[in-house]
Design a protein around this ligand. Structure first.
Ligand SMILES: *Cc1c(COP(=O)(O)O)cnc(C)c1O
Length: 392
């Protein structure tokens, strides 16, 4: 029997890095890689941003953890910033996206409980991804990931993403049992699929009419990724519950579940908690990340670089038989191929470009929001070369 150290969950490339700076990574041999994946939308202000490094260094030398049995000044500062930016009222801090979504699901459950809904249902989308805990997995929809983990399935009603008619049909059939709708403004793991224009606003209106909570999972789209602080801003569809994680800590684990109105006041002492959630280090670093996004005007940069990459890729790949569609928002770009991408990630890495493929056929780009013109151009050139060589 061979020795086992790690459980066999990730199937990583035989590649490892020892140093990073901005959108650059280096392996132990000193080979340079252009990082168009950003640790899956996590290192949004780039690897080792000096302000983030300084926040970690300084806080590590002062205080890392005291528990939520005591007040934590940095939690209040971060919560104030996040509520101001989003227009929501209160925050609960977690350590990951799945946990933030668990908090959202618990808020929905509690709302139903207070309303006396016996069999509460939450509407979710085909192609959704909300995390790997049992409940967030039941809310998710992807090939293979739920196999063997069935739980809470009856809590969810699944409709096609972007199909308002399907949602209206749910309102007719199950309206009184439904307590919330949970969705991503742009499906990430599901293949970089932006909701159709007007959809979020229509969902907001339907939720208002039905008394449903609108819960947005912006774990991937939030905090500048789409060129806005939050993807919902584009349609002015402010949700009742909003979840964040990936880009919030730039690699220091932190998640957040925000709520507004009555939903923001549902939890009471003892009803929810987290040992690590919102510790001084994570909150301080997240504050530093938000400040960098603001002072370096990274929303505008993400919009500009993203728009340039999207239109350039669309133009250069038009009529290219291997490509079905190029789509995205801001620096969240997907290139859907007509067939399985095979070992494209490996071929790209050999050429010094790091990217990801989701759902087997969609190349996904999630580079740092600090991307320069030259780096954006290099990602596009590399990609075109790789696609051509694969086709040849
Ligand atoms: C990554 C992701 C999650 C899960 O986040 P974890 O930190 O891995 O638990 C949830 N929702 C969306 C939209 C994501 O992209």
């Amino acid at each position: 029997m061979t020795a086992v150290d790690l459980m066999n969950t990730y199937n990583p490339l035989p590649l490892s890095f020892v140093r990073g700076e901005g959108a650059s990574l280096w392996d132990a041999d000193g080979k340079h890689y252009l990082d168009a994946l950003g640790g899956v939308a996590v290192t949004s202000v780039g690897h080792c941003h000096p302000s983030v490094v300084e926040a970690i260094r300084d806080q590590a030398g002062k205080l890392l953890h005291t528990s939520n049995h005591f007040a934590i000044e940095w939690q209040h500062r971060l919560a104030a910033k996040l509520t101001t930016l989003s227009g929501l009222d209160a925050v609960f801090f977690n350590n990951s996206g799945a946990e933030a979504n668990e908090t959202a699901l618990k808020l929905a459950r509690l709302t139903a409980w207070y309303r006396g809904i016996e069999r509460p249902r939450i509407v979710v989308m085909e192609g959704a991804f909300h995390g790997r805990t049992l409940a967030t997995l039941a809310a998710s929809d992807g090939p293979g990931m739920r196999l063997g983990f069935s739980a809470y399935d009856e809590d969810f009603i699944r409709v096609p993403f972007g199909d308002l008619g399907a949602l209206q049909a749910v309102a007719k059939r199950h309206g009184a049992d439904v307590v919330a709708v949970l969705l991503e403004p742009v499906q990430g793991e599901g293949g970089v699929r932006p909701a159709p224009a007007g959809y979020l606003r229509a969902v907001r209106a339907l939720c208002d009419r039905q008394g449903w909570l609108m819960m947005l999972d912006e774990v991937q789209t939030g905090l500048g990724r789409t060129g806005h602080w939050f993807a919902f801003a584009e349609e002015g569809a402010v949700p009742d519950v909003l979840t964040l994680a990936k880009g919030l800590g730039n690699g220091i684990p932190i998640g957040a579940c925000l709520a507004r109105g009555r939903t923001a006041r549902l939890l009471t002492p003892g009803s929810h908690g987290s040992t690590f959630g919102g510790n001084p280090l994570a909150c301080r670093v997240a504050c530093a990340v938000l400040e960098v996004i603001e002072t370096q005007q990274l929303l505008a940069n993400a919009q500009r670089q993203g728009a340039w990459m999207l239109t350039t890729l669309q133009a250069r790949l038009a009529g290219y038989s291997g490509v079905r569609e190029v789509r995205g928002k801001g620096l969240m770009i997907g290139i859907e191929l007509t067939r399985a991408a095979g070992n494209l990630t490996r071929a790209a890495a050999e050429r010094g470009l790091l990217l990801n493929v989701t759902r087997g056929t969609v190349i996904r780009l999630l580079p740092a929001l600090t991307l320069s013109d030259a780096q954006a151009a290099r990602i596009v050139e590399h990609l075109l070369e790789i696609l051509q060589s694969l086709h040849a």
